[in-house]
Design a protein around this ligand. Structure first.
Ligand code: MG
Length: 207
């Protein structure tokens, strides 16, 4: 097989590095996420994800999973059990469902990851009853999944763009929706942390 034919193969180490990179991003951006959440929520998004992703990295060290799918399922379980409120179950569902969709393969292609992540995002949308434009995680995640067909870098840019595009929106789901029109003018914390997760994916892929 010539070099240009070879598609990158994502193994268990890639997924472990993705999650540890995401954990480092949540540490670095915790104050910013909490600041965003204090404007239209209850000021705990940064500390919640910090705690959750610390539990993820701890669990990955303690009982290293053998496959990409098992890595994401373990991470999702940790987030559900350590993060209260809505974001734990939503992030946990995202990673668990994506991991389940990857199955038992030792290696997956970017195309397989894109399809699995699509299933994960659909599960989040269903759990939260949210669709694009509701000012939630979905506003970053849906464009990211669509752009994954192009590249990890494109997915990261699309997620960041989607997060920024939540600023003028009025929240229709989640705690921010209680504020009605007062939710306008603030970037959604969940869309922002979702963009961090996708940026970590691109960074892990070296893009
Ligand atoms: Mg909150």
């Amino acid at each position: 097989m010539s070099e240009q034919d070879s598609e990158p193969v994502l193994d268990v180490d890639f997924f472990r590095r993705w999650l540890t990179t995401a954990a480092a991003s949540m540490e670095r951006e915790a104050d910013h996420l909490t600041q965003l959440d204090s404007a239209i929520g209850d000021a705990d998004h940064g500390s919640n994800l910090q705690r959750g992703f610390r539990a993820v990295t701890g669990a990955l060290e303690k009982e290293p999973p053998a496959t990409p799918g098992a890595t994401l399922v373990l991470a999702g379980r940790q987030l559900i059990s350590t993060v209260g409120g809505a974001s734990g179950p939503l992030y946990g569902t995202l990673l668990r469902r994506t991991g389940k969709a990857l199955g038992d393969s030792a290696e997956v292609t970017p195309a397989q990851l894109a399809e699995a992540l699509g299933a994960g995002v659909a599960a989040v949308a269903q759990l939260g009853g949210a669709k694009a434009g509701d000012k939630t995680m979905i506003d970053a995640l849906e464009p990211a999944v669509a752009a994954l067909a192009t590249s990890f870098a494109a997915a990261s840019a699309a997620a960041e763009e989607g997060a920024v595009a939540t600023v003028p929106l009025q929240a229709r789901k989640g705690r921010a929706s209680y504020l009605g029109e007062r939710s306008i003018g603030h970037q959604d914390p969940g869309a922002t942390s979702s963009a961090l997760l996708i940026a970590a994916l691109a960074a892990t892929a070296g893009e």
